[in-house]
Design a binder for this molecule. Structure first.
Ligand SMILES: [Zn+2]
Ligand SMILES: [Zn+2]
Length: 335
């Protein structure tokens, strides 16, 4: 595909999309139903539908019986870890293999013209972003994802929290599934904003930000505190009356969905003339500029409300620069 029909490439070879990142049209006033209806399919397909598919697959084939889950044991916890690790290896691995190892679409639609494998750096273990990110994901973050999973399944199995049945309240649970990505966005925004505070940033979040040019393995490359808090979004289903399948969906939106922001390409070419939108640009800008776009795609426009939104345009850039300038003046005044 010709990526210059969709964006521009600068002298260095970095590509950026035309137009602005549009948040969900749910917040426009007056609300326009046709716009919302046109937005809805892209909200569900393909990413959220995939997370629901894997949640169902887990529930029917992977998660042990309720009887087993009444007692926490290494057996089923390690089983869940093994499946989570294998699933991420395959799911993230597909993107890594096709777009970063085989480089099937070279740098078409790629925001940063460089590939991490070509840029060794001292900030990473073994000077390799790929190896560092991979090891942190599989030996720190995925175990913590599993800890969250084991805890909420154990709570449901023992009846410590309400278990809403699909037969009894199908409409309520379907609505909860639909808003789960919004719960994710709010949860992520606030924990993310918190760990951008100076001391917490240096202690915790700088690990994730070592990857200025993120690739699939960067997605779950986190400090343990962040790895746990990030997946703890599923614990909201211990507070809201819910169902373990919805909690699994919530967990998968976090665990599997993390890859979206770190794909590095705006569109993933599937055939010669078809491509899937990655939705990666918002979070790519966060990795590039740090103090913008703490949330996701603007499903809940928290970044707009808090004045940290960068919509990918020149105006977005100017707003960010003005904010940085103000911050600098405030810091200087304090000295
Ligand atoms: Zn990130
Ligand atoms: Zn950050």
């Amino acid at each position: 595909m010709d990526d210059l029909k969709y964006g521009v490439r600068d002298k260095r070879g970095d590509w950026k999309p035309n137009g602005r990142i549009e948040g969900a049209p749910l917040w426009n006033w007056p609300p326009r139903l046709p716009k919302i209806l046109a937005w809805l399919p892209g909200y569900i397909w393909p990413w959220n539908a995939f997370h629901m598919f894997t949640a169902l697959l887990y529930w029917f084939y992977i998660v042990p019986s309720v009887e087993t889950m009444k007692t926490i044991s290494w057996g089923w916890a390690l089983w869940l870890y093994a499946v989570n690790a294998a699933a991420i290896l395959v799911f993230y691995g597909i993107f890594e293999l096709r777009y970063y190892i085989k480089r099937a679409q070279a740098t078409r639609f790629k925001y940063n013209h460089k590939f991490p494998a070509d840029a060794p750096s001292d900030v990473f273990w073994f000077q390799s972003q790929n190896l560092d990110n991979f090891l942190r994901s599989f030996f720190i973050t995925i175990p913590l994802w599993t800890v969250v999973e084991v805890i909420f399944l154990w709570c449901f199995a023992n009846g410590y929290v309400p278990w809403v049945g699909w037969q009894d309240h199908p409409v309520y649970l379907a609505a909860l599934v639909l808003i789960a990505p919004a719960i994710h966005e709010v949860h992520f925004f606030f924990i993310h904003r918190l760990i951008h505070w100076g001391p917490l940033y240096r202690w915790i979040h700088s690990v994730h930000h070592n990857s200025i040019n993120p690739s699939p393995w960067s997605s779950l490359s986190m400090h343990p505190v962040e790895g746990f808090l990030y997946h703890a979004v599923a614990f909201w289903h211990l507070v809201i009356p819910s169902n373990p399948i919805v909690a699994l969906f919530q967990l998968h939106v976090a665990g599997f969905g993390a890859v979206n922001g770190h794909l590095g390409f705006d569109k993933l070419e599937v055939t010669k003339d078809t491509a899937v939108n990655s939705h990666a640009y918002t979070h790519y800008l966060h990795h590039k500029y740090f103090e913008v776009n703490y949330g996701g795609d603007g499903l809940i426009p928290l970044d707009k409300w808090f004045g940290t939104w960068h919509d990918g345009t020149r105006e977005g850039e100017a707003m960010m620069d003005a904010r940085f300038q103000k911050k600098k003046e405030r810091m200087n005044a304090r000295v």
